[in-house]
Design a protein around this ligand. Structure first.
Ligand code: NAD
Ligand code: MG
Length: 321
């Protein structure tokens, strides 16, 4: 209204600087500046042992705890988010609950403190929450946690394969077989086992979403094993979309750039990299998990029915896709 009035006066040739100024600041209030909205480097957060806790990071990541506002886009949906205790998975879990979904989150037992916060937030949104502590490198646990989700939520129609392991190693010689195996098991085998266990329960209209990475397209020198898995997750997304399209199940991915999460401070990045984390994006800062929440919602929502086999990038102006 204000903008329209100011524009009208300007067209009429009437000088109205005060009205124009008011219109500008009203528009400014509603338009967050992506450069300054969230913390910028340098950062000074303590490194943590794997898997790390969001609750111990400074600054604390923003997962949408106080800001994400839902509008019923996922009413009645039943979701399982792996790694839903912290980071990108927590942002998706909070957003899903506020959009009306019941949400199960999986995590490692060492992350109980983070998980409890998410479970409380899901319940505050008036939805059912289910916590699933366990190690997804174990196929039997993957099967059990899917069965428990279906039993306690009364079904499953939204699966987010988000849990991941990233441990940087400067040289291939430093990458042990145990490391390699742990990365493959966490990022690939678990995705395969959980998706396979979920499929018999997924109705037409259901969605599967992978958290892949810009590393799938432009791998870093010190993330050889991790980047391989992210490329494979991107490829899995595309083959499975072809296989499941005829069943009415959509499969998509999200490819984040640098996001401020425990994964990075718990061995994912070097201390030097962390200090300047995200400074090389065109926005000059890392993303916060909350900035991805609405992307997961969009890919899952009932009005995105023609989106399948897609990977949605969110990397602050760098990276692919
Ligand atoms: P995060 O540490 O908050 O989340 C990763 C989660 O994976 C952990 O919370 C943990 O619960 C889970 N996990 C790891 N190993 C597990 C195991 N063996 N069993 C059960 N759960 C296990 O960090 P995040 O950055 O939010 O990571 C989420 C996803 O985002 C990962 O797949 C990661 O590869 C991807 N990603 C992150 C970034 C980034 O910059 N942070 C960028 C691109 C992609
Ligand atoms: Mg965690």
């Amino acid at each position: 209204m204000m903008a329209g009035t100011a524009a009208g006066l300007a067209v009429a040739g009437i000088a109205a600087p005060a009205a124009a100024q008011r219109a500008k600041s009203a528009a400014g209030a509603a338009l967050p500046d992506p450069r300054t909205r969230y913390p910028r480097p340098p950062f000074d957060t303590a490194m943590q042992p794997f898997p790390g806790l969001a609750g111990k990071m400074t600054p604390r990541p923003d997962h949408g705890e106080t800001s994400y506002v839902g509008s019923g886009r996922l009413t009645g949906r039943r979701a399982l988010v792996t790694g839903g205790d912290s980071g990108i998975g927590r942002a998706a879990a909070i957003a899903f609950a506020r959009e009306g979904a019941d949400v199960a989150i999986s995590y490692l037992p060492a992350e109980e403190a983070d998980a409890r916060e998410v479970i409380a937030l899901i319940r505050q949104a008036g939805r059912t929450a289910l916590g699933l502590p366990g190690d997804i490198r174990d196929e039997r646990w993957c099967n059990r946690m899917v069965a428990q989700t279906v039993r306690e939520l009364g079904g499953l129609d939204l699966l987010v394969n988000n849990a991941g392991r990233q441990q940087q190693r400067q040289a291939l010689a430093d990458l042990s077989s145990e490391d390699f195996d742990a990365t493959m098991k966490t990022n690939l085998y678990a995705m395969f086992w959980i998706t396979k266990a979920a499929l018999p329960h997924l109705p037409a209209g259901a969605s599967i979403i992978q958290t892949t990475s810009e590393q799938a397209y432009d791998p870093s020198a010190n993330l050889v094993d991790y980047a391989m898995t992210k490329a494979a997750m991107m490829n899995f997304t595309k083959s499975l979309a072809k296989q499941l399209g005829p069943k009415g199940i959509r499969v998509n991915g999200v490819a984040p750039g640098p996001i401020w999460t425990p994964l990075q401070v718990a061995g994912g990045a070097t201390a030097e990299k962390l200090r300047e984390f995200g400074g090389d994006t065109s926005l000059g800062r890392p993303g916060q998990p909350v900035e991805l929440g609405s992307i997961f919602v969009q890919l899952a929502a009932n009005d995105a029915t023609f989106s399948t086999g897609q990977v949605y990038g969110a990397a602050g102006g760098t990276g692919q896709p």
